[in-house]
Design a protein around this ligand. Structure first.
Ligand code: FAD
Length: 384
């Protein structure tokens, strides 16, 4: 049986470790700080299929099949709620964008409705501002508690026999004769004949010495969390141009985000302080989201933070076992969409690590595509 090392304790890595351990494989996961310390903790926590690139939609649909059973499978309530996603139009131009989105996604087989006026939107979600003109509604979308879900996968992996080592950072992958043989870490060498790299924004620095390019532009998003409020919003809200999104957590707290901005520093050198949003940045996000959900404009704020996004040129992830390095699997570059996909990304990583055909078509997610300079910088789809 192969010795497998997973690098990264975000939802992708812990779900992969859990999937492999459930199949009886020896897995060691190393996480440089703590489980869910980066994107999987910073995230909004939306679990959606709507607004996905057609290549990613089958993965999102497969994930949405898994989410309802996850609390039972993992033995922890991950606070999954399936009450739908509303993508709102605030201007006549946005109404056209949403109408087109509904038409194209319905053509791909997604159950998505067009709500043509304010009354139809507010019939579903009365807390939404009367200034909203129309929306798409995907009833099978939802949200979950990201920290609970990520921790639950980690705990389940441990119960299944995986070793999870927090505070252990991969420094380099060791390769001999084009085959991975282990990982150099800050706690010594770990031998492995399969290595899954799921290190989020830090993935490129581990791949580069092997001649593999995962081009990421790192973006930052401000997240605001309110104090608990009475229940008033079931759905996850997004907007046509993706400059804000939000939801009400199971605790009653609102969690909402603004748009993407360039992160000017080295991704390896982030600190909670360097990510912290400015007061002005928080005010902007509150004002923006408050326009579509007025209770957000006056909600007492409990916490704010900044989260980094691992954006690829086409806003699609790399989920691949590159031919040039046998035994290596890469799962990163989720471009602000990877929380929902976590449960299925883990299964796909297990397929690739075990050398069997992946259960879903991964041809759009090969690393090789980035050699093609023609891949245009894509319009970012919503991180929600
Ligand atoms: C503000 C925000 C909102 C978002 N909203 C949504 C949403 O609504 N829905 C959705 O589906 N997605 C959303 N996303 C995206 C989603 O959160 C991520 O795509 C997903 O969490 C990525 O998980 P991951 O495991 O691939 O990466 P991460 O969670 O970033 O995990 C990578 C892990 O690797 C560790 N690591 C890094 N380098 C090393 C090393 N050298 N050695 C060991 N460990 C290492 C890190 O410490 C980290 O814990 C959002 C993201 C942000 C930031």
């Amino acid at each position: 049986m192969p010795e497998i090392v997973v690098v990264g304790g975000g939802i992708t890595g812990v779900a992969a470790a859990d999937a492999l351990a459930r199949e009886g494989h020896a897995v060691t996961l190393i996480e440089k700080t703590g489980i869910g310390a980066m994107a999987s903790g910073w995230t909004l926590g939306g679990v959606r299929q709507s607004g996905r690139d057609p290549a990613e939609l089958p993965l999102a649909r497969a994930a949405v099949e898994i989410w309802p059973g996850l609390s039972d499978a993992l033995g922890v309530d991950v606070e999954y709620r399936r009450k739908g996603n509303l993508r709102l139009a605030r201007t006549p131009a946005e109404v056209d964008v949403i109408r087109e989105l509904v038409a194209s996604q319905r053509a791909q087989g997604l159950d998505l409705d067009f709500l043509p006026d304010t009354a139809a939107v507010r019939a579903l979600a009365p807390a939404i501002s009367p200034s909203v003109l129309a929306a798409s509604f995907c009833p099978t979308d939802g949200h979950a508690n990201p920290i609970k879900a990520t921790q639950a996968f980690a705990q389940s992996a441990r119960r299944q026999g995986a070793t999870l080592r927090e505070g252990v950072a991969a420094i380099a992958l060791r390769v001999m004769r084009d085959r991975v043989v282990g990982v150099e870490t800050n706690a010594g060498f770990i031998a492995a004949d399969r290595v899954i790299v799921a290190a989020g924004v830090n993935t490129p620095e581990l791949l580069q010495p092997l001649g593999l390019d995962l081009p990421l532009s790192i973006k930052i998003v401000t997240v605001v969390q309110s104090e608990p409020l009475p229940p008033s919003l079931d759905q996850v809200l997004g907007v046509a141009n993706a400059d804000c999104a939000g939801r009400q957590e199971a605790t009653g707290r609102l969690r909402f985000t603004g748009g993407l901005y360039d992160w000017p520093l080295d991704a390896a050198r982030w600190t909670t302080d360097s990510l912290a949003p400015s007061e002005k940045g928080v005010r902007n996000v509150v004002a923006l989201f408050g326009q579509v959900l007025p209770i957000a404009a006056s909600a007492p704020i409990e916490r704010t933070w900044g989260g980094l996004i691992d954006l690829t040129p086409d806003a699609l992830p790399a989920i691949d076992a590159p031919e040039s390095v046998a035994g290596l699997v890469v799962a990163a570059g989720f471009s602000g969409h990877g929380f929902c996909l976590g449960p299925v990304s883990g299964l796909l990583c297990a397929d690739l690590a075990l050398g069997r055909s992946a259960r879903l078509d991964l041809s759009a997610f090969r690393l090789e595509r980035f050699k093609d300079r023609a891949i245009a910088a894509a319009e970012v789809t919503l991180h929600g």
